[in-house]
Design a protein around this ligand. Structure first.
Ligand SMILES: C[S@@+](CC[C@H](N)C(=O)[O-])C[C@H]1O[C@@H](n2cnc3c(N)ncnc32)[C@H](O)[C@@H]1O
Length: 290
């Protein structure tokens, strides 16, 4: 029997790692990374790394491992994101726990982290991460700058619990989580405010595609063609930024001009858009001088 011929009817029999992986072919219609998906899921079920799968291809799976793997493959066939299935995602070299309480952190957002670090340097400062979700941005900044004091805000309690759990697992001390509808519960001032807020237009067709279908709408969609939260944050940040404080947003690649217009309208200085690694306009910021 070739690996290609391996089929679901073999589940109840002894199935080794190589044969289980061959089942990735059944994912091919649903995922363009079928083999990789199967490897990640099987490594997760076995609690090993992917190299292990190639070192021990003849190792037989227990019945419990078979049924867990089968369930995960079925969920992946329905389109569920790999990160939600294994409950983890790498971000800025940190392994974050993820759940459908908030979005899966994106590699694009690492650009926002990189820019905040570059633009604010290494001096001690206070920072605010608005809409922290898993805590990705706040925890990455805190990991790089242990002299920064960071408050991480979300208005969705299950998301904030994730951020708190990630902070605990990563043993990061200089982040404090806060349940708040943007600035409602915030009463400090900051040298830096960063945000990857909801910025997708509710009519955007991407909401019906890929992993995004499984992520909470409240974390993705904003009014005013996606600009509603950016406008609210830009307006209110003026009351919470220290002199020469920096406000930095991630936004959609088509929104840069409008986000610059919002920041200019509210009186920010040196308003600038930065590109991501694919040369798309994805981050815009400005300084507040009062
Ligand atoms: C696009 S996600 C970003 C999550 C995380 N910062 C990241 O980059 O992966 C936006 C987050 O903003 C939160 N959010 C939405 N509206 C909010 C509000 N009014 N106040 C506070 N947080 C809000 C959502 O719960 C969600 O976790």
């Amino acid at each position: 029997m070739s690996f290609r011929q391996t089929s679901w009817r073999h589940w109840e029999n002894s199935l080794n790692i190589a044969q289980a992986l061959a089942l990735s072919s059944s994912l091919e219609r649903n995922s363009d990374s079928a083999r990789l998906d199967a490897e990640v899921l099987l490594a997760f079920v076995l609690d090993k790394n992917r190299e292990y799968l190639y070192t021990w291809p003849e190792k037989i799976l227990t019945l419990s491992q078979q049924s867990k793997f089968r369930l995960l493959i079925e969920k992946r066939k329905q389109g569920q994101p790999i990160a939600y299935l294994i409950g983890q995602k790498e971000f800025w070299s940190l392994t974050l726990t993820v759940s459908d309480a908030t979005i899966i952190p994106r590699p694009d957002t690492e650009r926002l982290v990189e820019l905040a670090l570059e633009l604010k340097g290494e001096d001690a400062l206070t920072a605010l991460d608005l809409g922290t979700g898993t805590g990705a941005i706040a925890l990455a900044l805190a990991h790089e700058r242990n002299n920064w004091q960071i408050i991480a805000v979300d208005n969705h309690a299950p998301a904030l619990m994730l951020a708190e759990e990630n902070k605990r697992l990563l043993k990061i001390a200089n982040v404090q989580t806060l349940l708040s509808d943007w600035f409602c519960e915030v009463d400090e001032h900051f040298d830096l405010i960063v945000s990857n807020p909801p910025y997708i237009d509710e009519m955007d067709e991407h909401l019906q595609q890929g992993d995004v279908r499984f992520e909470p709408r409240s974390a993705l969609v904003a009014s005013e063609r996606g600009l509603g939260d950016i406008m609210a944050i830009a307006e209110q940040s003026r009351s919470y930024l220290n002199k020469a404080g920096l406000l930095l947003f991630e936004h959609g690649s088509q929104q840069a001009e409008e986000v610059r217009a919002v920041l200019n309208r509210f009186g920010y200085d040196a308003v600038t858009t930065f590109q991501d690694y694919s040369h798309n306009d994805r981050v815009t910021g400005g300084y507040w001088h009062g």
